[in-house]
Design a protein around this ligand. Sequence first.
Ligand code: MRU
Length: 351
Amino acid sequence: MEPEPFAAIRWEGDLAGHALVLDQTKLPGETVWLEVRTLEEMRDAIRRLAVRGAPAIGVAAAYGLVLGLRGQSGVDRAEFLGRAREAAAVLARARPTAVNLAWALERLLARAAREPEPRALLAEAEAVAREDREACQRLGELGAALLPARGTLLTHCNAGALATAGIGTALAPIYVAARAGKRLHVYVDETRPLWQGARLTAWELARASIQVTLITDSMAGSVLQSGGVDAVLVGADRIARNGDCANKIGTYPLAVLAARHGVPFYVFAPLSTFDPDCASGEEIPIEERAPEEVSAPWGRPLAPPGVGVFNPAFDVTPAELVRAIVTEKGLIERPDETRVVAALRRAGRLA
Ligand code: MRU
């Protein structure tokens, strides 16, 4: 039996309603839904990763802006826009790497400039969510065609339904292919330090009756060396104009290993994850998180007190290691600046 579909984030009711967020910090043990009613609550939900994954963060930011401005009906246009910009700045600071957040806020600010009314902002936020759902479905269909009828894949972090408003980015092709009868086995990196692979991807795939094998991040090398992996599938948080892709820390070493062992490395991302203003990966801001996530995971001290910790949440995979970036408008094979710019122009994301 198919499991109930779920939306990790959605809006409930009319303008007086709230955003409903599945608290991902509690999974897989507990299913807790948060009713988010203020901009500050949404900023905090994004910061503490109750809602996470680049496209889901974009949708969350859009709803956050609606929550911050819903009391401003009928105010003068300049004042409405000024308040909208202030609210957007608060949300934009919540997490720096996933560009979907800034992209969604800019989209809502552009709508506010045309129609300075909270109702118009809610309509735009709903459009962001709906388009993300459609993009995920398309990524799934395009990606499923790349997968063998029977095969083994490897993924990192969580780029599934939990990370989007739809069926995911890198997991979408797995869902679509499995539904079409393909027999897939997926190795899932646990994804230190916050275990999005172990807690979230393993939960999602098992729930959909897809065969999962959980490994620690440091086992990926020998799994790829064994020759049994057909493809590596990952998502992205920001893709630069030259095709360099930022994703969860640990993605770059996987791409190096995949190249060493001749395994195709695919990145799945909607066009909202591209940042035409970033010339290369060097310009992508990388979030650094609290040292305790490494030294005292889940509040349990492991390292000696006071030890120095480096905790970047993302790394950058150079475009040359990527076989193709799969977008909702088609594949960018062997990405480089010319191909990415051409794809963004075709999609109207770049003049
Ligand atoms: O820190 P997170 O859990 O928000 O990081 C998420 C990732 O790195 C995902 O792989 C990425 O956002 C793509 S999600 C469709």
